[in-house]
Structures are given as C-alpha cells and as structure tokens.
Ligand binder design. Sequence first.
Ligand code: NAI
Ligand code: OAA
Length: 326
Amino acid sequence: MSKAVVLGAAGGIGQPLALLLKSNPLVKELALFDIVNTPGVAADLSHISTPAKVSGYLPPDDGLKKALTGADIVVIPAGVPRKPGINAGIVRDLATGIATAAPKASILVISNPVNSTVPIVVEVLKKHGVFDPKKVFGVTTLDVVRAQTFAAEVLGDLSLASKLTVPVVGGHSGVTIVPLFSQSSTPLPSGFTKSDLEALTTRVQFGGDEVVKAKDGAGSATLSMAYAGAEFAEKVLRALNGEKGIVAPSFVHLSADKEGGEAVKKEIGQDLEYFSVRVQLGPGGVEKLHGLGSITEYERSLVQAAVPDLASNIDKGVSFIASPKL
Ligand SMILES: NC(=O)C1=CN([C@@H]2O[C@H](COP(=O)(O)OP(=O)(O)OC[C@H]3O[C@@H](n4cnc5c(N)ncnc54)[C@H](O)[C@@H]3O)[C@@H](O)[C@H]2O)C=CC1
Ligand SMILES: O=C([O-])CC(=O)C(=O)O
C-alpha cells in the first residue's frame, strides 16, 4: 500500500487520473496538488467508497511540500497542452519540490514535451544530488495504448485491444514514437500491405493531433491519457509491492541499467542518454532495460529517423536547466 501524489491534479488529465488512482486498491493515500481547485476535487473523490485517503493542496502554506512528503510515487500531468516553454518552468519547479520533499519517490512525467521534460526533472534532481535513474519515468503508455487499440481495429476485433501487446520505443512526439508492430503479440492481418503499415504507424505517431483536431481548440488527449497514466502507475505500484516480471515501455535515462542501456545505445547506433524501451520494473524502480530485439528494416529506418529529433529534444531539456529557455 503506497502514497501516490498527483501534481496538476485539477486539470483535464489530473482529475480522471486522480479518480482512477482513488479506485486502485494499492493506493492507501492520495495527495492532490494544483495551483487551483484541489480542495474541491479532493472533497469530491473522498466520498468514493475505496480505501485511499484523499487530501488536496494548493501552493500557500507549503502545500507542495505537504502533498509530497512520504510519497512513494509522484505523477506529473501539470502544465498546458502544447506550450513547451511554459511547461519547462512548471516541471522544473515541481521537480525542485520533489528533490527536497520526496527524493526517493518514483516520478512519472506526463507533462509535455516528455522528451524534454524528463531531462529537466533529471537535471534538477542531479543539482540537488538526489538523482536515481531507476526512479524517473517518462510516461509513453498512451502511445502503447493507441498502438494496441489501432491494431485491434485493423484486426476487426476491439476486444483484442487490452490483450495484445505492441512495444513502442523511442520518445513521445511525432517521428520519435516508434511502434514495433512486427513484435505485436497478435500479428497484423495477412494481406496487410507496406502502405497499410505505414499508415498505421503514422496514426500512432500523430495520435495526439487526431484528438487535438477533434477537440477543436479545447485541448489535447485527457481521458485516454488518464487511462494510460493510471495503467503505468499501477504497474509501478505493483512492482513496488514486490510483484515480479512487470514490463512496460517508458522513456528513461539509459544509465538506469548500465549493461542494458549500453546495449540499447549500440542497437540505435547513437550515444543518446535517454530512450523509451521496455522496462522491467522492481521494488526499486527500473530493474532491467530490454533491447529493441529483432526489428524489421522498416522499423530500423523509423528508429534512425527518430534519433536526430530525440537528441535535439533531450538537449533542449538539459540546457533549459543550464540556461532557462526552451
Ligand atoms: N505524456 C503524454 O502522453 C501526454 C501528455 N500530455 C500533457 O499533459 C499536460 C497536461 O495536460 P491537460 O491535463 O490536458 O492540461 P490542463 O490545462 O487541463 O491541466 C493542467 C493542470 O496543470 C495545472 N498547473 C499549471 N501550473 C501548475 C503548477 N505550477 N503546479 C501544479 N499544477 C499546475 C493547471 O492548473 C491545470 O489544472 C500537458 O503538458 C499535455 O501536453 C497530454 C496528453 C498526453
Ligand atoms: O499531442 C498532444 O499534445 C498530447 C499528447 O502528447 C498526446 O496526445 O499524445
């Protein structure tokens, strides 16, 4: 039983994510922090008949510190959709709070751009001398959820969506998102052509745009992200609780597992510090990083196309802490 904290808990993602965490029996305490509305969200959730004790905090009176103290897992969906510069500062400040109040917590970063906000969190933790690469996760689960759902759609059976697995590697934006459909636990339909596969891959890479367009100016994915964030958080919590063999893709610092990380760098042919790979989770966070495994020529070309964007996104995050602009 763990204490979970949501930073940005009153937002479009934060509220349904907090609802899902309140429904999770592994959560014994749920602390909600935002710059607005958390007392109301917390009071509302606290009437739900599940064990988690809910509390809400705002910035005055050391609210961030109070929310974070004793946290086992901190999920960050704070920020503004598609405003990288604003989010960089928000994430930096929240990471500073975590570094001082909950330095041992597992940190799950949802705020975009994940390829840059994860390096921002890491640089802040390094500055405070509390960086543990096994505990910082960029949440890329929505890409996995989309890959599974869209694959089930093309297979003509949505009931497969929650059963099949498709690893997604790289990062979390556009071409840095690399779904490995050749490793899908249920193969794509026979007769699926190269151009079908290209269209499916593009749909996963730009799934965020599909939602932004459909919402017509009213934000980006929130409900599917809350589902994905709660799913990844549950995996981290189950592993913290001692359950073995839990594996999920996440955007991590490759030093989290030296041997595994070096093997990934060899596979991608670049000395990147971060990459999303399948992560084996344990009580201390990352236990092992899995390599890309056997991938097709097409998938290799996607990985190669992802590398320059990723390198530049990572660099932006790192240099934001050295000199604040993004
Ligand atoms: N990793 C992923 O796959 C995805 C990431 N996102 C990202 O998640 C973030 C949040 O998206 P939404 O919930 O739709 O936005 P939203 O605007 O609905 O909610 C954001 C919340 O953050 C709060 N906030 C702002 N500054 C804060 C601070 N300093 N401390 C604490 N809370 C603060 C706001 O008050 C608001 O309640 C965005 O950066 C978005 O791009 C969105 C979808 C998928
Ligand atoms: O595209 C966006 O702005 C939000 C996001 O990360 C996603 O939906 O995958």
